[in-house]
Every structure is written in structure tokens, then in C-alpha cells.
Write a protein of this length. Structure first.
Length: 176
């Protein structure tokens, strides 16, 4: 005797099936996308959510979610999207970023300046001093030293290969 409603039926066109197989087996595919492709392929064979979840080592809810998204995408005519795009996470809600790219660039430029030129009696900036100077110059209304530290250590800056803050021992590549 089965429990609960029958899982949503997933029917794939031949080209979708072939594309999902390629995605699932291609080494360069992100693991989440490959796993989602395997879930959709297994759903197409008629396996139930629990069977797929056991085989993939994931929760039944995850299988149900991706089976549902695939079926919903078909109903909404999202078939024109690439297979990889259909297997991506949905945009998440949340507040937009507080700082614009120009502000970030100005803060990084400030960190590259000599702090003594701005009247600070130190040889290297600290995040606290950069935050104070950025507010003083009107780059931002306010910013915490912690946020400055995250910016400069690469939390949101992907272009810099090295931290922008100077190393304390003076030996590091980030010397200003």
C-alpha cells in the first residue's frame, strides 16, 4: 500500500534526456547540477521520490522539489531555457547590497594610499581607520571596520588575488 500522493510524472523528450545524461556525466558540470540532472533522469524512469532519494543520498523533499520544478517548468513553457539554467537555484529574496561597486572601488583605492597623507600617524591602514576615513570623505555614510576588512580580504572582491591590507610583518605582497 502506497503512502501519500503519487509523485509528479516527468516526461522527457529525447534531446532533453540526452542533454541531461551529458550534464550528469560531464566532469566540468557543477555537482549540484549533475545531481539534479540525475534526479530528473531517475524521475523519468518512473522511480518514486524515496527510491531516488536513497540512490542519490539526498532527502525526499529535495527530490520532490526538483521533480516539481521540472514539471512546473514544462507547464510554464520554460523549455526554451538551457538545461543547465533549468537546474539552477531560484533567485533568493533578501535585501540588496548596501554598497555600490564604485564605493567598493573607492574604499580599495583608499586602502592603497599612504595613511600619513591623510593625517594618520601610522604606516599601515587598519580596517577601523579606513572605515573612519571613508565616512569622513563621504564615500559612504557609514561602514563598519568589519565590513571594510571583509572587502579587503576578498569576501566580495574576486579580482584581487592577494589581500589589499598590508601584512603586519611587512613581508607580505600586500605592502602599501
Amino acid at each position: 500500500m502506497k503512502r501519500g500522493p503519487a509523485p509528479l510524472k516527468v516526461e522527457l523528450k529525447a534531446e532533453e534526456k540526452e542533454g541531461l545524461k551529458k550534464l550528469a556525466s560531464r566532469p566540468s558540470t557543477a555537482q549540484k547540477s549533475a545531481q539534479r540532472a540525475r534526479i530528473i533522469l531517475a524521475a523519468n524512469t518512473g522511480q518514486n521520490n524515496a527510491e531516488i532519494a536513497r540512490a542519490e543520498g539526498v532527502s525526499v523533499n529535495l527530490v520532490r522539489k526538483w521533480r516539481g520544478r521540472w514539471a512546473e517548468g514544462k507547464a510554464l513553457e520554460l523549455a526554451e531555457m538551457s538545461l543547465e539554467d533549468r537546474l539552477q537555484d531560484l533567485a533568493r529574496s533578501g535585501s540588496p547590497g548596501k554598497f555600490r561597486a564604485e564605493q567598493l572601488a573607492q574604499i580599495i583605492a583608499l586602502a592603497c594610499e599612504d595613511p600619513q597623507a591623510s593625517g594618520y600617524p601610522v604606516s599601515h591602514w587598519t580596517p577601523k581607520e579606513i572605515a573612519a576615513e571613508a565616512s569622513k570623505r563621504g564615500i559612504v555614510a557609514s561602514i563598519s571596520a568589519r565590513q571594510v576588512g571583509r572587502f579587503l580580504k576578498g569576501g566580495r572582491v574576486t579580482a584581487a588575488s592577494q589581500p589589499v591590507l598590508a601584512e603586519q610583518d611587512g613581508k607580505g605582497p600586500g605592502r602599501v
